[in-house]
Design a protein around this ligand. Structure first.
Ligand code: 5GP
Ligand code: MG
Length: 182
């Protein structure tokens, strides 16, 4: 197998660009059908989701808008715990159908803490599109409404996802190598 090294670690091919392309097209068709006439606002969470968001968005065949946001975490009050808010969100969320675009849902913590702050802006609806989910790693009640691939609890890079800054430009997805995958 064509393994590759990033920093100090070895990664092996896991999901090919062709498989991702097929899946993205499928998700795009589903979303276009579900949101017909609703002009959804996609919120792509930077940095990781920029590649997926770009491919998914071009599969959308209905009127739709997209905005790129960064999530910033800070300590809330005792009752709110950690709070995550969006930086760079200029669109009015009030009354809009929101589709959050994530590269990967791991524990679910980030979105679990972000969604309350989005709800305060009274969107008409919120759904989540995630290229990857790790069901075994999930610790918070967050579920992707549109999910590309369910993967085991293993670190992956490529297609926007990085390992310490590198690997985002790899066209497919690679998995951290273990004894049995090398
Ligand atoms: P969560 O809040 O769901 O635990 O974590 C989500 C974030 O953790 C993702 O948006 C991503 O930035 C990072 N993450 C989780 N698993 C992986 C992984 O396997 N590879 C990479 N590159 N990032 C990951
Ligand atoms: Mg991310």
């Amino acid at each position: 197998m064509n393994s590759m090294n990033i920093h100090d670690k070895t990664f092996v091919p896991y999901i090919s660009r062709e498989e991702i392309e097929k899946k993205t097209a499928l998700l795009g068709r589903q979303i276009s059908k579900d949101y017909s006439g609703k002009r959804p606002l996609f919120l792509a969470v930077l940095n990781g989701s920029f590649v997926f968001a770009s491919d998914l968005f071009r599969q959308i065949t209905i009127d739709a808008e997209i905005s790129f946001i960064k999530l910033a975490s800070y300590q809330g009050t005792a009752s709110t715990g950690n709070v995550v808010t969006a930086i760079g969100l200029e669109e009015q969320v009030d009354g809009r159908h929101i589709i959050i675009v994530e590269d990967i849902i791991d524990t679910g913590k980030t979105l679990h803490e972000f969604i309350p702050s989005l709800l305060q802006q009274h969107p008409a609806s919120i759904k989540i599109a995630a290229l990857l989910t790790k069901p075994d790693a999930l610790k918070f009640p967050v579920q992707a409404d549109y999910s590309g691939f369910e993967i085991p609890e293993k670190f992956v890079v490529g297609y926007g996802l990085d390992y310490d800054g590198l690997g985002r430009n790899i066209p497919g997805i690679y998995q951290l190598a273990t004894e049995d995958t090398l």
